[in-house]
Design a protein around this ligand. Structure first.
Ligand code: HEM
Length: 361
């Protein structure tokens, strides 16, 4: 018997095969990196959302944070004052831009009583006439507790329910705060903060810095907030009762007329931190009144036009850009993960009404 003839592969074929194998290996490594398998300690969007779910429980079809909310619809009337700093069409003088928004309370439990947290949130999607969109999510507090996604994750871990008591362990929370002195400003605010009786009387802070870009291409770091026209005086529900008074108060106020907020944009001075949502900027920074948000009607979140909107803070029109704040890309990725979970579950929920046609992702 003779030896089989040696396999002759032409050198050009070997080159082609190495290229294919190399390309497959690169794709596999890239998948591994994105999926977090190559670095199990790396913080991924999935880990963040799993932890949110672990702390609050899993409620199919609902947002994994700010799960309890209500849709609102209205518009934004630009004052023209922000146009000198940003070419975004939403700031053109006299421009009216339609808005679909959502009020909510933080936490992953859609049945939590409104009095369970002192924070309320406002999320907005502006649909500009040129087809671009601006989405923003704001909270009713002037500073965020932490500056990085890693610290946010550590905070969620510290707050997870103890398997024995079913409640967060106060010692773990105290240890987290001790290890994170940057939470001091938030804790000082939280000490006196009370759950408000109305979404309509709150100020909502964007907290993260962004960058306005003007017609000459100049960059202006900014922060924004919505300041309400309504005050607590004469509130229909000064003393909150029941578990769901916020949506009821909103419906009642809107039945008497639109609710308004001024969009105040604060311009940074050189050296003001743009990558740290735990730090406020000094009070003397120039603040401009960019226009008026007018909210006209509300709708339940299960069937309303905000249901299938992901209020990703990195969906921005030309003229507004992200800053170097590390919370922004982490938020964007976590919201996408939460969005995919809740929308894929919606398809399996009995009797889920289709959202109104004006919705989009
Ligand atoms: C790393 C930090 C953060 C993480 C991981 C995170 C995570 C999340 C997630 C998973 C959702 C649900 C998204 C959805 O299903 O549509 C959410 C909602 C929300 N978050 Fe955050 N968040 C972070 C920081 C912030 C900050 C700094 C703000 C305030 C400026 C904020 C404001 C909001 C608001 C307003 C909503 C509700 C949006 C809506 O009504 O649909 N979050 N967050």
């Amino acid at each position: 018997m003779h030896d089989p003839a040696p396999l002759h592969v032409p050198p050009r074929r070997i080159g082609a095969w190495s290229l294919i194998i190399g390309a497959v290996a690169i794709v596999a490594v890239a998948f591994g990196y994105v999926g977090g398998w190559l670095a199990p300690h790396r913080l991924t969007p999935k880990k963040l959302v799993n932890q949110l779910q672990h702390d609050a429980g899993t409620f199919a079809g609902y947002r994994r944070n700010h799960a309890k909310g209500v849709c609102v619809v209205g518009h934004f009337d630009s004052s023209g004052q922000a146009q000198a700093y940003s070419v975004a069409e939403v700031f053109a003088p006299g421009q009216r831009t339609p808005v679909v928004g959502r009020f909510a309370i933080p936490g992953g439990n859609p049945y939590a009583p409104d009095s369970s947290v002192p924070i309320r949130s406002m999320a907005l999607r502006f649909t500009l006439a040129n087809g671009q969109q601006w989405r923003t999510g704001m909270n009713s507090m002037p500073v965020f507790p932490v500056a990085t996604p890693q610290a946010f994750y550590a905070q969620l871990q510290a707050k997870q329910p103890d398997p024995v008591t079913g409640k967060p362990d106060p010692a773990k929370i105290a240890a987290f705060f001790a290890a994170h002195p940057e939470t001091a400003a938030f804790r000082a605010w939280a000490k006196t903060a009370k759950p408000s009786a109305s979404f309509a009387t709150e100020s909502y802070w964007g907290l993260n810095a962004f960058v306005f870009v003007d017609a000459a291409g100049q960059h202006h770091p900014v922060r924004w907030r919505m300041v309400p026209e309504a005050s607590d005086v004469g509130s229909v529900a000064n003393t909150p009762g029941g578990a769901n008074y916020l949506a009821a108060d909103l419906t009642e106020r809107l039945a008497h007329g639109p609710q308004r907020w001024q969009l105040q944009v604060t311009l940074a001075k050189p050296g003001d931190p743009t990558n740290d949502a735990t730090k406020t900027w000094p009070d003397d920074r120039r603040t401009i009144d960019a226009g008026t948000l007018v909210l006209e009607r509300s709708a339940p979140q299960a069937s309303g036009p905000c249901r299938d909107i992901n209020y990703d803070p990195l969906v921005l029109p030309a003229g507004i850009e992200a800053s170097d704040d590390p919370l922004l890309p982490a938020r964007s990725a976590a919201y996408a993960d939460s969005y995919l979970r809740r929308t894929s579950e919606e398809a399996h929920l009995p009797g889920t009404a289709a959202p109104k046609p004006e919705t989009s992702r």
